[in-house]
Ligand binder design. Structure first.
Ligand code: ZN
Ligand code: ZN
Length: 339
């Protein structure tokens, strides 16, 4: 069974979990619901975006036919929404992390906050004691891997803060979802609002390569993309099929590396409706982040979008941001048995 399919299925189950709030503040929306259908047309203009092309063999859309989720289907599905009592996104380091890795976590926190315009808090580190693990051999060295199900149930679920919309466990350990799989990048239990994601394979050390500035930057951008994509699922947003978009499904690192880190017009409208952010203020925060972290292509693209949203004339797509990502399904060697 493929963990990405588990994840996609969990999205469907997870659509109702915003309704089980008991405290009053857990029911009141954090921000008034924006009338997105009255938004200026330029907010959702396709001009700076690229329509998704026909998938090539082996790519996500070729292997995983999924129904499209339109904006109205999304809004009707009753996704979780930030309320006054529950609107923090919590990140917990899981397993050991070096000081450098902890510093990267702080960058992830900063980015998620700009992206979703909600407070993001790094909560207490969690250890892997009691989690089922196994040893694997890769490139001539022995590697320990941890079972995602145990982490979700035993470690993350009990640690979910009461004010958190979700708890994202981030680890530098390698993961596996079941014995038949070589490894997995991550897995979520959306009904329980928890997910665990490993970043270790995004960085050169894992592959026995040297830590050049370019490789480390690539690892960081992949990590940013992963967290944004997975958090997007926590909001009940399905994989995007209309445009090149951060919410595209992906079957491999090679595929995800070609996908942008931005939201397409369809997904953007879903998140604006759900979260209630100010369009331009969000883009401004993202531009600041991209400029501070050497993401020049993304910074330039966002600057164009800001101009467009303010009613300025902008050139059509072509120089749009293309940023690395990944997804849950890349395999280490041979394909894992599929169900
Ligand atoms: Zn996904
Ligand atoms: Zn999209």
């Amino acid at each position: 069974m493929r963990p990405a399919i588990v994840l996609a299925a969990a999205v469907l189950v997870g659509l109702s979990w915003g309704r089980d709030c008991s405290a009053d503040d857990s029911r009141r929306l954090l921000r008034p619901s924006p009338r997105v259908l009255m938004d200026p047309a330029v907010y959702y203009s396709p001009l700076l975006f690229t329509k998704k092309g026909e998938p090539k063999p082996g790519e996500w859309m070729a292997e995983h036919p999924e129904p499209r989720q339109s904006f109205s289907e999304y809004a009707r599905s009753g996704p979780i929404r930030p309320t006054r009592g529950r609107h923090t996104l919590a990140i917990s380091p899981v397993g050991p992390m070096s000081e450098e890795e902890k510093a990267r976590l702080a960058v992830l926190r900063e980015f998620l906050e700009a992206y979703y315009t909600l407070p993001v808090r790094i909560v207490k580190p969690l250890d892997l004691a009691g989690v089922t693990s196994r040893q694997r051999s890769i490139f001539g060295r022995t590697l320990r891997q941890y079972l995602t199900g145990d982490i979700l149930h035993q470690i993350l679920r009990p640690a979910l803060p009461s004010d958190a919309m979700c708890l994202l466990g981030v680890t530098m350990e390698d993961l596996y979802p079941e014995p038949s799989w070589n490894y997995v990048f991550g897995q979520a239990m959306l009904t329980q609002r928890v997910g665990v994601y490993s970043l270790v394979r995004f960085y050169p050390t894992f592959w026995g390569r040297s830590e050049t500035d370019a490789a480390m930057q690539k690892g960081l951008v992949r990590s940013l993309h992963t967290l944004v994509h997975e958090t997007g699922h926590m909001f009940g947003v399905h994989h995007c099929q209309q445009y090149d978009c951060v919410m595209n499904g992906s079957n491999s690192l090679a595929e995800s590396d070609t996908q942008p880190i931005h939201l397409c017009p369809v997904c953007l409208r879903k998140f604006r409706w759900d979260i209630g952010f100010d369009m331009i203020a969000r883009y401004e925060a993202l531009r600041k982040f991209y400029e501070a972290h050497g993401m020049k292509v993304e910074a330039a693209w966002v600057a164009k979008r800001i101009g467009q949203c303010r009613g300025e004339k902008v050139a059509a797509a072509g120089g749009q941001a293309v940023s690395p990502t990944r997804e849950q399904t890349e395999k280490e060697h041979a394909p894992s048995p599929a169900t």
